[in-house]
Design a protein around this ligand. Structure first.
Ligand code: GLN
Length: 473
């Protein structure tokens, strides 16, 4: 092929392979070379050799996929960005990854991430921070920072991430790409190293909305390995909509004013005007409990994380640190050396929140807030098709700027956490630039409205002036 195949969208690459203009091995080799030369620290592992000839059979036509480190992949390091999983090579592959492989997308690489997906800047990785390809002095967002940076830089055609409170949408926004968090339960969590199980959801990070649809089409589905998985009621369709006629967009006052950077608000408002030109109606809406979402999330999330992380004890997986002091000493040393600061913070917060005497005051109360937030969305969706907000309150910030201030770091998820608590789908699409850095637009809809969200996002994507080449490394 005369043009560089890594400049094609994944959908474009599939078409070129099918038309016989591009060989699967050529495509894989082009991406492998770029991934192997990556200077952003986006990868924790890159495939050595091209896959066997038949690995690209199937609808995804051999377009390779980069996968967040926390997806277990048979025989391949899967360490969730943590020292405690050093050397862990799982004996099985996560359902999400296996489904994509079965559809003809070979594994290209594992991507760097915040340790156990705790973070918004990728600076909590035991393997070092990832650099934002738009400006290497800045963070790519997190926790799926490696996936976002790799796709934005053209080092992978598309990638898998996970979103617990914003970890697909926020890094997508900060790197100028598309990120979709599906409805909770749409995609199997089997084989995903667990963070906060009632919130964790896998989803695509892609260069285009059509690519996100294509990937979700193959990802979604019920799986006996995950009892909370339900799949989607209808197949995901690659969107073609160009207009928003009849679409009612609600703009929650609580998530589109105070706390959002002026430059981000400016492009957000410009896009609302554009949406009206495309035929949508735009009106304010209320999510009265959204301002409490972060507080509730930072009780529920550490509570679930502290339980999930109890399994890392030096016996079953990865690291073991012994000094002749017996079993308890071995547990203590392993967890002391194996976990980073943020992980320890969450384990302590979560253990406290779940302790007897405090359980109702913290965990119980946070669950009640969660229910209120889900009800807020239900009321909003009685009048609106989608709720729209900026994805992140700021553009990509400087490396190091927030590492010593956990509360400032948590505020990055101000606009994304409410949707996670409600279990509803939300997409972030590139919404132009502020200070020469990408800004994301978030569209959230009722549970299982993925096809409608993708359609609306596609129409907006076509109308918004955005040149992603600033991120190509
Ligand atoms: N930044 C949030 C947290 O640290 C969200 C992370 C995520 O979605 N995995 O919990």
């Amino acid at each position: 092929m005369s043009t560089d195949p890594t400049t094609l969208s994944a959908g474009g690459a599939i078409a070129a392979v099918r038309a016989g203009e591009l060989g699967r091995a050529e495509l894989f080799g082009a991406y492998r070379a770029r991934a192997a030369a990556d200077e952003l620290n986006a990868f924790t592992w890159v495939a050595e050799a091209p896959p066997a000839d038949d690995a690209g059979d199937g609808p995804l036509a051999g377009v390779p996929i980069a996968v967040k480190d926390l997806f277990c992949t048979e025989g391949v390091p899967s360490q969730a960005g943590s020292r405690i999983l050093e050397g862990y090579r799982p004996p099985y592959t996560a359902t999400a990854v296996a489904r994509l492989q079965a559809a003809g997308a070979p594994l290209l690489a594992k991507t760097n991430q915040d340790e156990f997906a705790m973070g918004s800047s990728n600076e909590n990785s035991a393997f070092g921070p990832v650099l934002n390809p738009w400006d290497r002095t800045r963070v790519p967002g997190g926790s799926s920072g490696g996936s976002a940076a790799a796709v934005a830089a053209g080092h992978a055609p598309w990638a898998l991430g996970t979103d617990t409170g914003g970890s697909i949408r926020q890094p997508a926004a900060l790197c100028g790409i598309v990120g979709l968090k599906p409805t909770y339960g749409a995609v199997s969590r089997y084989g995903m190293i667990a963070f906060a199980s009632s919130l964790d959801q896998a989803g695509p990070l892609t260069r285009t909305v059509a690519d996100a649809a294509l990937l979700l089409h193959h990802l979604a589905g019920r799986d006996d390995g995950d009892t909370t998985s339900v799949g989607l009621p209808e197949p995901v369709i690659v969107p073609t909509a160009e207009r928003l006629d009849g679409i009612r967009l609600g703009v929650p006052e609580e998530l589109s004013g105070e706390g959002i950077e002026p430059g981000v608000l400016e492009v957000f408002r410009a896009t609302l005007a554009l949406a009206e030109e495309l035929g949508a109606t735009v009106a304010p809406c209320r999510l009265p409990h959204a301002p409490y979402a972060l507080s509730a999330y930072y009780v529920l999330n550490p509570a679930e994380a502290s339980s999930n992380l109890a399994r890392f004890d030096g016996v079953r997986y990865g690291l073991r640190v012994e000094n002749g002091g017996g079993l308890t000493d071995m547990y203590t040393r392993t967890r002391h050396d194996g976990f980073g600061t943020e992980v320890k913070r969450r384990i302590m917060l979560g253990t406290f929140a779940l302790s007897s005497g405090y359980y109702d005051a913290y965990y119980g109360r946070a669950q009640q807030v969660r229910t209120k937030i889900a009800e807020d969305f239900r009321s909003a969706f009685a009048h609106f098709d989608f709720v729209v907000t900026p994805t992140s309150p700021t553009v990509a910030f400087a490396l190091g700027a927030k590492v010593d201030d956990p509360l400032a770091m948590y505020l990055n998820d101000f606009c994304s956490v409410p949707m996670s608590l409600a279990g509803i789908p939300a997409i972030s699409i590139p919404n132009g630039l502020s200070e020469d850095l990408p800004v994301g637009l978030q569209l959230a809809g009722p549970a299982f409205s993925e096809n409608r969200i993708l359609d609306a996002a596609h129409a907006l994507e076509a109308a918004i002036a955005f040149d992603g080449s600033g991120g190509r490394a």
